[in-house]
Design a protein around this ligand. Structure first.
Ligand SMILES: *Cc1c(COP(=O)(O)O)cnc(C)c1O
Length: 495
């Protein structure tokens, strides 16, 4: 299978090339030239398989240049051993009226692990396959969660280094500990004086500095990124939509062919787009329900066809969804139009004016697949409380946004098809907001005391990655200014 750019240059790549490159030369995103189709027998065949074997069946359809042995090795290193604290990797929890797809059993307790455990393996294998001799240096600017998930996925992966920049004082105490205690011979973690935008624009400047990049390349280092526009981060996410369906088949909740709905808490549109690919491949999904927080640019878009990022930016209790530009929409628009000139125009308008309008016909096509709504912080907190009271289940804040929107969907459409709520973080990860939602005072409390408190309510134990932070040793204490970042990258590339 070949990969092409959403913006229409004639570049064609194998999956390995697309995964190493990240972005296409014309600034577009790589998409598969055609979407593979599966049959009902294929789907039935997934039901008795383990998550790893399901992953193998799906990934081989897209990563056709990887051998079976290579894929099995990548999948084993990503999801095997004791990396995930649930044997099913992405377990489906059936409650009375909904099923919850728990994507947070990985090392950092959030759904980013599903992709960021596999991406480094796919990249490393791609380097070997293509005979690339240079080392890759992955640069990440993070407001907290992605940094740790990337560090955990990339540490000690051969031929790759990873350097993470986060805003000094701009991440939670737990997030800081998660990153600053990261082990591995190929990792660097630096605090940047300033806010997240300072860290992010510092990284962007480095990527855009051609002279500096040429200098690094001559010395044997190629810069790359691990953000969610990389095909290697998207493709692992398709698997769990199939896996959820297979679990529903396996437990007899549905018959093969029954259509089901998924509600997805959405930010950059990566997670829900993977659901779109699954549907296009033939998985019987009726609607993908896009749930947003107060930064509801996607709700407006899917309701009106008008994307407009010129609006207030809110900080919410669902920080991983505080986003106004959802990069992965570009892939969706490509698959619905196939018209690269059109995509280029829309993306140019987005860059110049912060807005674009896809028109009535396209809106109807979007609404064939998607339904959208949003929940504010108060609704989110109330939902946590209600779900806990009704089901004894404690969802995290992001998951609660999805829950609130799933209920709104069912109320307004009276669609009673089986509903899967895609749960993107463990409640322990956002314990402070979760406890407050349950009516518990948290101000001034030690973060580990809060974890203990939640464990008592939830009647289980704190995830290992978070519990271990109590004893972990801080290894990374470096602080720099935005202007020093380039020197830090150079120094680390030579280490
Ligand atoms: C990243 C993230 C999201 C948003 O996912 P996208 O793929 O960016 O739409 C939602 N919830 C959590 C907890 C996340 O970490």
């Amino acid at each position: 299978m070949k990969y092409i750019s959403t913006r229409g240059n004639q570049q064609q790549m194998d999956a390995a090339g697309a995964i190493i490159a990240g972005l296409a030369d014309d600034g577009g995103l790589f998409v598969p030239e055609e979407i593979p189709q599966v049959t009902a027998e294929f789907i039935a065949g997934l039901a008795p398989l383990s998550y790893k074997d399901r992953a193998r069946q799906i990934l081989r359809l897209f990563l056709t240049d990887y051998t079976d042995t290579e894929l099995v090795g990548c999948i084993d290193r990503a999801y095997g051993g004791d990396k995930f604290d649930a044997p099913q990797v992405a377990p489906l929890r059936n409650l009375d009226d909904v099923s919850v797809l728990e994507l947070w059993h990985g090392p950092t307790s959030a759904f980013k692990d599903m992709a960021l455990q596999l991406l480094p393996q796919l990249m490393c294998t791609a380097l070997q396959k293509t005979g690339e001799q240079k080392q890759l240096l992955i640069l990440v600017a993070t407001s907290g969660d992605t940094g740790k998930a990337a560090l955990d996925g990339f540490h000690d992966v051969p031929q790759i280094k990873i350097q993470v920049f986060y805003p000094e004082g701009g991440v939670s105490q737990i997030q800081h500990l998660q990153m600053a205690t990261q082990v591995g011979g190929n990792v660097s973690v630096m605090a940047v004086q300033g806010n997240f935008d300072d860290a992010q624009s510092g990284v962007k400047k480095i990527f855009g500095d051609e002279v500096f990049n040429a200098h690094l390349e001559a010395a044997g280092t190629r810069l790359s990124s691990a953000n969610s526009i990389n095909w290697g981060r998207l493709v692992p996410q398709i698997v769990y939509y199939f896996s959820a369906y297979a679990d529903l088949l396996q437990c007899g909740k549905i018959q093969n062919g029954d259509r089901i709905n998924f509600t997805v808490p959405t930010g950059n549109f990566g997670n829900i787009l993977a659901g779109f690919y699954a549907r296009r491949m033939g998985l019987p999904i009726f609607k993908l329900i896009c749930a947003s927080n107060a930064n509801n640019v996607l709700t407006d878009f899917l309701q009106t066809g008008y994307y407009d990022r010129n609006r207030a930016f809110y900080k919410t209790i669902t920080p991983s969804m505080d986003i106004l530009i959802s990069s992965n929409l570009e892939r969706l628009l490509y698959h619905l139009t196939g018209d690269t000139a059109q995509i280029k125009n829309w993306m140019q308008a987005l860059a110049d004016e912060g807005r674009y309008d896809v028109g009535e016909g396209m809106l109807q096509r979007l609404q064939n697949f998607f339904w959208a709504d949003w929940a504010d912080d108060a609704r989110t907190a109330a939902t946590i409380k209600e779900v806990y009271a009704a089901d004894g289940y404690v969802p995290d804040t992001h998951t609660a946004v999805a829950w609130a929107v799933a209920r709104a969907y069912q109320r307004r459409t009276e669609d009673r098809r089986p509903m899967v709520i895609v749960s993107t973080a463990s409640p322990y990860k956002f314990n402070d907001s979760v406890l407050q939602s349950l009516g518990i005072e948290t101000a001034g409390q030690d973060p580990f005391a809060l974890l203990d408190r939640l464990a008592a309510i939830n009647r289980d134990s704190i995830p290992k990655g978070l519990a271990d932070l109590r004893q972990a040793v801080v290894l990374h204490k470096g602080v720099c200014t935005q202007d020093d970042m380039k020197a830090a990258v150079l120094a680390f590339s030579q280490k």
